[in-house]
Design a protein around this ligand. Structure first.
Ligand code: F0G
Length: 467
């Protein structure tokens, strides 16, 4: 009977943070002041902030309580022991190197495993992951299944690695040229799509065949496991905790940004099975992040992550959280907004190419759409298209990705479904006036991770029509 009641938050508010909606003309001024780069807006000028689900979670009362018992010792902190134990209990990896966030974990792991000229194979690498691989003088190869590039294809596991293509790639370049395989669960840049356990098992077999390390980018592993449970009938009767353990049992270790499924505002770690690899990685961790029992974090942060990792496995929480993203997806679809199907675990992705058919790729339609959504409703999303893809460091050419998307990432335990209704109404308004939306051009283009700090100027729709 309980299942028939409408879904509602499995928590109640104890602390609130006021937000306000600016007028449209104030928003247009703010947009101009931010050079049409939503990363440069002031958060106070944003009404509903769907820029990222990273570090934006509301912590629980237990996490706030845990902050008070953080052990701030430089070495041997008991808060580290708590984190290490939580990681072992939840993911099954006994060796843990805390880092200030996910990219710190990438820096440590790739410094240990990746040599110049090598390749790292993955489904779709996240932008900081790619940048860290390239920083090592290596190349990041995206080898996700073809379905991920088709926004209409509603296959359940579009985050899967194309194991056959990966096998052919390894055969071609030789196994010594492949530093590691890194599968991101869920596949954020590919639409927040999950990876099946069967696919992870096939990647394990591939890695064993060629003797190549296999890691997960596990920062959304609980959401991935929940979607496995929902979409793979073979897993319907298992707990999310058991599915997470099974996923991790197939890998040699993981990088983890605790700002996602760690339900914390900061933090990350590398987790490893092999003590010898831990010893190789440890000096890099000390160099870049800090001593091995704090890794660039305060002891209290380690506590918050340790508690968050356990809370995130709660079935009621995940059903509500992933359900909220799915309700947002359904509402937008019913409003006629072109979307990537199916809904991702943490985010909904708008298909900017279909939304703004008159804006060519070199005028950055997804950047233009993200700005329009802010102008129309104070909703901040993020461009996942040509701007984020950047240029190939070897040739200097624009990478021109196959998808031009705007991601609306939903922070965990933060917004209500009423907020999501505002988002849907905003997109409906933007859709109604889409013919008047033009493109964007760079005014200032930084060379690395350009999307964070670039400046743009709008290209009027009339000018695009003439070109
Ligand atoms: N891996 C994935 C799959 C990510 O989504 C992120 C961050 C990172 C690694 C890096 O972690 O931010 O803690 O250094 N994603 C955020 C996002 C920024 O908005 O998707 P970090």
């Amino acid at each position: 009977m309980d299942d028939l009641l409408p879904p509602a938050e499995p928590f109640r508010a104890k602390v609130v943070e006021p937000i306000r909606r600016l007028t449209r003309s104030q928003r247009l001024r703010a947009l101009d002041g931010a050079h049409y780069n939503l990363f440069l807006l002031k958060s106070d000028d944003v009404y509903i902030d769907l820029l990222t689900d990273s570090g934006t979670s509301a912590m629980s009362d237990r996490q706030w309580g845990a902050l008070m018992v953080g052990d701030e010792a430089y070495a041997g902190s008991r808060s580290f022991d708590r984190l290490r134990q939580a990681v072992e209990d939840v993911l099954g990896f006994p060796h843990v190197i805390p880092t200030h966030q996910g990219r710190g974990a990438e820096h440590v792991l790739f410094s240990t495993l990746v040599q110049p000229g090598q390749y790292v194979l993955g489904n779709v690498h996240f932008d900081t992951t790619r940048a860290h691989i390239e920083h090592r003088g290596a190349a990041a190869e995206d080898l996700a299944v073809e379905a991920i590039y088709d926004p209409h294809d509603a296959s359940p596991f579009k985050g899967n690695l194309d194991v056959e293509r990966a096998d052919a790639f390894i055969r071609d370049v030789g196994p010594k040229a492949v530093a590691l395989i890194l599968v991101t669960v869920t596949c954020n840049t590919g639409g927040g799509q999950p990876v099946s356990v069967a696919n992870l098992a096939a990647v394990r077999a591939l890695a064993d065949r060629w003797n190549i390390p296999f890691f997960l980018d596990a920062c959304r592993c609980a959401e991935n496991a929940y979607l496995v449970r929902q979409r793979d009938p073979g897993y319907a009767g298992k707990t999310v905790a058991a599915i997470v353990r099974e996923m991790c049992s197939l890998a040699d270790g993981c990088t983890f940004s605790a700002k996602k499924d760690g339900l914390a505002n900061i933090g990350g770690f590398v987790a490893l099975r092999d003590p010898a690899l831990y010893q190789r990685a440890a000096p890099w961790a000390v160099l870049f992040e800090g001593f091995l029992t704090y890794g660039g974090l305060a002891g209290r942060d380690l506590e918050a992550v340790a508690v968050g990792l356990l809370e995130v496995l709660d079935h009621d929480y995940l059903a509500w959280r992933v359900g909220q993203v799915q309700r947002l997806w359904t509402g937008l679809r019913d409003a006629g907004v072109p979307l990537v199907a199916p809904a991702g675990g943490h985010a909904v992705f708008l298909d900017a190419r279909r939304f703004l058919r008159h804006v060519p790729q070199d005028a950055f339609p997804a950047q233009a759409l993200a700005c329009a959504l802010y102008a129309d409703g104070g909703v901040r999303g993020v461009e996942v298209g040509g701007v984020m893809a950047g240029r190939d460091p070897r040739t200097g050419q624009e990478r021109r990705p196959r998808l031009e998307l705007v991601r609306l990432a939903v922070p965990r335990r933060v917004y209500s479904d009423a907020h999501m209704t505002v988002v849907i109404e905003t997109a409906r308004r933007t859709l109604a006036r889409r013919a008047e939306i033009g493109g964007m051009r760079f005014v200032y283009e930084p060379s690395v991770l350009r999307h964070f700090t670039a400046h743009f100027a709008p290209i009027p729709a009339a000018e695009l029509a003439q070109a």
